[in-house]
Design a protein around this ligand. Sequence first.
Ligand SMILES: Cc1cc2nc3c(=O)[nH]c(=O)nc-3n(C[C@H](O)[C@H](O)[C@H](O)COP(=O)(O)OP(=O)(O)OC[C@H]3O[C@@H](n4cnc5c(N)ncnc54)[C@H](O)[C@@H]3O)c2cc1C
Length: 390
Amino acid sequence: MAHYNYLIAGGGMTAAAAAHSIREVDAPGAIAVIGAEPDPPYNRPPLSKGLWKGEAEETIWRNPDLVGVTLHLGRRVVSLDPRGKRLSDDRGTMHTFDRLLLATGGTPRRLPFESDKIIYFRTLADYRRLRTLAAQSHRFAVVGGGFIGSEVAAALRMQGCDVVMLVPETGLGARVFPGELSRFVAEYYREKGVDVRTGEGMAGLEQRGEATVVRTTTQKEFTADVVVAGLGIQPNVELAEQAGLQVENGVVVDQHCRSSHPSIFAAGDVANFHNPALDTRMRVEHEDNANTMGKVAGENMAGQATPYDHLPSFYSDLFELGYEAVGDLDVRQETFADWKEPFREGVIYYLKGGRVRGVLLWNTFGHVDAARALIAQPGPFNAGALKGRI
Ligand SMILES: Cc1cc2nc3c(=O)[nH]c(=O)nc-3n(C[C@H](O)[C@H](O)[C@H](O)COP(=O)(O)OP(=O)(O)OC[C@H]3O[C@@H](n4cnc5c(N)ncnc54)[C@H](O)[C@@H]3O)c2cc1C
């Protein structure tokens, strides 16, 4: 049994950011990361972007071991005893801690059928498997038109693969992009050679001899060598629940990333925090949040009292189109599009009660801070006041 001043459950980007910031505040403290994946922490976004465009795999590593962090990899934390401040992993090893960070992220939602032809794309191992298959197989079904589905479909198509996308909504990115833009992106993907089937989901998967047949919700069928599912994630809250921590769409934390137990913190995809600019609780599944919240959580674990008041941004690439965004992009809000060139370059504002709550910077880069500043203003704003604002 080893004792650590700082123990981190989960070995992703949040864990890496926290390990670095703990080390900056506490030079001698003993820090360990227990991560279920066999690989040390790495950046996930390149798995569906840069690595498909020639970026080298070596560029993704985060290297927390360089600052004296012990890495226990390929191990899953299976039980947490908050009173005894100890946890055990799936090899039966017990670890004790002064402070614990839950950085367990999320697990992809699954389809209701089992098949080894389905890849739930999340990890470096998934990327390597898909990359190998993309070099061998030529027909892929991508289920889901959100971030992962859209990026993976583009990556596969750019390798020359045949790609059918099953998207139950009327367009791509339908939860985030206003209807017209979402339908434009679907059409843009079709022009790129992706067979985008909107209004159609996956209903079943059958092996017929050598052929894998995908059945759809509109009673159609097609064959595919591999199915990639991008159906979103569920936060890995089991340990927190087992430990009796407050959990509500993620591990509930205060402004210092502390859970309902004073020695246990949570950050990244698994954490539910209050954002002052939007005055709402949120759980964010994006890189900026993982890095910034992980850093703040680490500082606070090491004794500082830094509030996490950052409004996270995110970004994506869709073939040659790309965007940055900040705030709440729930498309059920009122939206105002300020196009320089329709669907090619512009800014979309998401408003509620006259306040800007989210900004989508479509092929418009370097304005995230200006968007944040706008969200911080009380308004009220109308379309006239927003035109040309960014
Ligand atoms: C392919 C892909 C592309 C992305 N692209 C973008 C992008 O372009 N822009 C953007 O903003 N965001 C992007 N994201 C999202 C971003 O990567 C995530 O928000 C970020 O990885 C979250 O980091 P995390 O460390 O909180 O959680 P995770 O990345 O989920 O890491 C958690 C780690 O903890 C491990 N773990 C879980 N439970 C246990 C346990 N009990 N014991 C031990 N280990 C455990 C998991 O195996 C995992 O390794 C992308 C995500 C993916 C998958």
